[in-house]
Design a protein around this ligand. Structure first.
Ligand code: FES
Length: 103
């Protein structure tokens, strides 16, 4: 399924990139820009980023459930990851509202 129509990126492309990033460092915080950079792509309209965030969370959780990570480690990491993305979503929304008011 196509996620990013600007770059023609599918769910499978994104999932595979996330897994390869997690193979390098399984506790790193992954953001859409990091995924796109690894794929040598750039966000253009960035309208796909909320969906990419959902894929990052889902793929990261599945990755750790399939490894030897303890439930406590996974819970703590997923809570931090979700909080990080939620804060970014809120900051992005505030930034868009400010730029919309300024225009
Ligand atoms: S839809 Fe992904 S950058 Fe535009």
């Amino acid at each position: 399924m196509l996620v990013c129509s600007c770059n023609f990126i599918t769910v499978k492309d994104i999932e595979e990139t996330i897994v390869s990033l997690l193979d390098e460092d399984c506790w790193q915080l992954i953001v859409p820009a990091k995924v796109y950079h690894a794929m040598e792509k750039r966000g253009r309209c960035c309208g796909c980023f909320p969906q990419v965030v959902d894929i990052i969370i889902r793929t990261t959780e599945a990755y750790h459930n399939g490894r030897h990570s303890t439930q406590a480690e996974i819970f703590d990491f997923m809570a931090r990851l979700k909080q990080f993305h939620e804060e970014n979503r809120r900051a992005d929304l505030e930034r868009r509202q400010k730029s919309h008011r300024a225009a």
